[in-house]
Every structure is written in C-alpha cells, then in structure tokens.
Design a protein around this ligand. Structure first.
Ligand code: AMP
Length: 398
C-alpha cells in the first residue's frame, strides 16, 4: 500500500484551529484510573507541541475502551487529561459533554496556543457508526484535521475518517513515521527481510502471512499458532492450542513458501506443561512429540538457537506476537530471546508490531535498541496484510 499523504508540514497551519485525533486508548487500572503504559500519549506530544509552536488552537479527541455509546465513568479520559497536563506543562481542560453545548462553547473560545480535550468520543453512538452528521458537526469545530492516531487507523469512524470529508485533512508526525518505517520495510526492505510471527491465533495472522510470503525472505513462526502448523505436518501436539479449521491453510502456507523459495521456520522443540499456570512443572520435547495431556507453552532452546541464527544476518526484521505464554516468567524465554536477538542486530531495521510483542520488549528493557515499536496493534497487522487503512486513505494526497 503506497500512501503519499500530506502532513502538518505540508500545509500552512499557523494560527489555525486544529481538530486532532489522538489515540489515548491506553492501558489503565480500572479502579484507580492510573495509566499503566503511557506510550501512545507520549508518542503524540511532538505533534501537539509543533502545532502549539505554530500558534494553533488545538482540540484533541480520542476514544477509550468500548463504552458503546453510553456515558461510563470508567471510560472517562480524565487520566489522559491529567497526564497530558503533566507532559505539556499547561492546562488541558476537558469538555463535560461530547459535541454538546459545552464542547462547542469551549472550542469556539479556544485561543491560539491553547489546547483542550474532548471527552471520550465513543460516549456517542454516532462515532463508531461513522455518522455523517456527527462527523460534519465535529469538523465544524475547527479549520484543519490532523490525524495522529495510528492505532485507530484501521477503523472508519466519524473522528478517524468521517471528518476528512468536511475539512482539509493531514497526518501528524506519529502517523507519518509509522507509515514511513513500515511502508519502507514492505516496499523496499534492506534484505534479507525476516518476519517473526507469534501469538495465540492463526486466524489473526493469516492475511499477514499471505502478504509476507510475497515479500519476506524468511518467515519464523512461534507461539500458540505454531501448533496448528505442526499438527498439519503430521505432528502430535497433545492439548496445545489448535485451530482445526485452519489445518488446510497451514499446509497450503508451507507449500506456498516452498514454491516461492521463502524459508518458513517452525519450532523444532517446545517447552510443555500439564497445566496452564505460572509455576507449572515443565519439560522440553522435540516438536510434534507432545503427549496427550500436555501442552506447548513456549519454544524450546533448540528453536531459540535456530531463530537467533536465522536473525543474525537480517537487514530488516518485522516482529508481531510472542513466542509463548510470556506473561509467565518460565515461558517467556523464547520471547525474550527473540527480543534480545533483535536488540543485538547492528545496522538492521527492527520493527516490533504493537500489542504483546511491544510490551515484551518494554518489559525486557530492550526497547531503546529497537528501531521502531509501532503504537498500533490491530492497525499494524492490517498494514502488514497490505490492507488499506481508512484513517490514512482519507487524508489529502501530497
Ligand atoms: P495474540 O493476541 O494473538 O498476539 O496472542 C498473544 C497471546 O498469545 C499472549 O497472551 C500469549 O500468552 C499467548 N500465547 C503465546 N503462545 C502461546 C501458547 N503456546 N499457548 C497459549 N497461549 C499462547
């Protein structure tokens, strides 16, 4: 997918009123409201600062969770508001309604160099329905739309795509960087391009594998999804995760990789347990030899060796999904080893898709050794699938 979209440097924003869609949908403690990972908020600060430096009046919008059109206290953006005030060092008043009289009054009175936040857009049903009247009303608050919510770019909602029908629409710095790094990796990668895919569900990664089979030199598969492949190749997987409906697909993928000359690596051994728990006793067995009553929880040491070796000369690496149940320390070794292999690569472009692999990298303290950690879980997967992202497609062409 080739996006050549205008960004905030391509148009004159000076002194204008800006409607900026952010992704403040961050993990937080449901009881205290305390934000547990502020990456997505921090990532939008450069765009907000740039706009304020340009003397813009900035109206920030976002969603948080899934309140499904109802006003719910636990989905209020107040924690994001407080955090933004700290990060920006200035007041960030928040509206008491969503596009009601309070929002309209606050937006109308907002002065150049000031910033405000609209409460959770998903408190209104019209948002997720991409209601055109709602989008038009939202657009009427400002002169220019700035889209910086990469994590929501795969959603065609009123605030992500709808508003672009009614006002000039450009990308913020975060969206621009995500597109440049991931787009570059897919379109003109430094080779060899190695992709590592893990996580629980084969179904989620089908489109990605399909697309990467046309682009990558090596595809490494780990995590719960690997067992469907092992079973498809005739192995015993005991009680490991299995997607019965995708056995044929897995067989086809293995054949397609062979046909295209893409190296497809599967685990050669696994750490297995009898129960799904943090302190379960485990042992290592060769892949495809998991007895009944046992389940695979992580890749084994020989797989770690194989995968580390395959990554050694990579020019570009794209990683999405953990190698095992990394939430339990005993089964985080495979995932941590992959994180370390990426961190150790010199001169390579290393890209980690959002979600679990991103938190695994953060947890292992190696984040600053990775070229790019995407802020979009679902969005980055859809990008890797080669699908059009509605939040980006709607922006003005260069
Ligand atoms: P996904 O959302 O598809 O990327 O999957 C992430 C989840 O996959 C994490 O919560 C992991 O605990 C889980 N996972 C990875 N490997 C396994 C496995 N072997 N068995 C069960 N769950 C797994």
């Amino acid at each position: 997918m080739n996006y050549n979209k205008k960004n905030i440097r391509d148009i004159d924003v000076a002194g204008k009123k800006i409607l900026m869609r952010c992704d403040f949908n961050v993990p937080y403690d449901k009881k205290t409201g305390i934000i547990t990972d502020d990456t997505r908020i921090v990532a939008t600060i450069p765009t907000i600062r740039y706009l304020l430096d340009q003397n813009c009046a900035v109206i920030l919008t976002s969603h948080l969770g899934r309140p499904k059109g109802e006003w719910k206290k636990e989905n209020s953006l107040f924690s994001a508001q407080e955090h933004l005030e700290k990060l920006l060092g200035m007041p960030v008043p928040m509206t008491t309604d969503v596009l009601g009289p309070n929002t309209k009054e606050m937006a109308a009175n907002l002065q150049p160099g000031q910033v405000m936040l609209v409460e959770n857009l998903r408190f209104r049903k019209e948002e997720e329905k991409n209601d055109p009247d709602f989008a038009k009303e939202l657009a009427s608050l400002a002169d220019i739309f700035v889209f910086d919510a990469f994590g929501c770019s795969h959603r065609a909602h009123a605030s992500t795509a709808g508003v672009a029908d009614y006002m000039p629409a450009v990308a913020g710095f975060l969206v621009e960087k995500e597109l440049a790094v991931m787009g570059g990796a897919l379109e003109n990668p430094k080779r060899p391009l190695v992709s590592i895919l893990g996580g629980a569900k084969v179904a989620d990664k089908i489109g990605v594998i399909n697309n990467l089979l046309n682009i990558a030199d090596t595809i490494i598969i780990g995590g719960g999804m690997a067992y469907t492949f092992q079973k498809a190749l005739g192995g015993d997987i005991g009680d490991s995760l299995l997607d019965e409906d995708r056995l044929n697909y897995a067989r086809n993928m293995v054949a397609k990789a062979e046909e295209k000359g893409v190296k497809l690596l599967l685990p050669v051994d696994n750490k297995i347990t009898k129960e799904f728990s943090a302190d379960a006793e485990w042992q290592v067995v060769p892949a495809g030899e998991i007895p009944d009553g046992w389940m695979g929880m992580d890749i084994g040491p020989k797989s770690v060796e194989l995968y580390t070796e395959a990554l050694k000369d990579a020019g570009t690496v794209i990683w999405n999904g953990p190698m095992g149940v990394f939430e339990f320390d005993a089964f985080a070794e495979g995932t941590n080893a992959v994180a370390k292999a990426l961190a150790d690569l010199e001169g390579a472009i290393t890209i980690v898709g959002g979600g679990d692999s991103a938190s695994a990298v953060e947890k292992s303290g190696l984040a600053d050794k990775i070229s790019h950690i995407s802020t979009g879980g679902g969005a980055s997967l859809e990008f890797l699938e080669g699908l059009a992202l509605p939040g980006v497609v709607c922006l003005n062409d260069k």
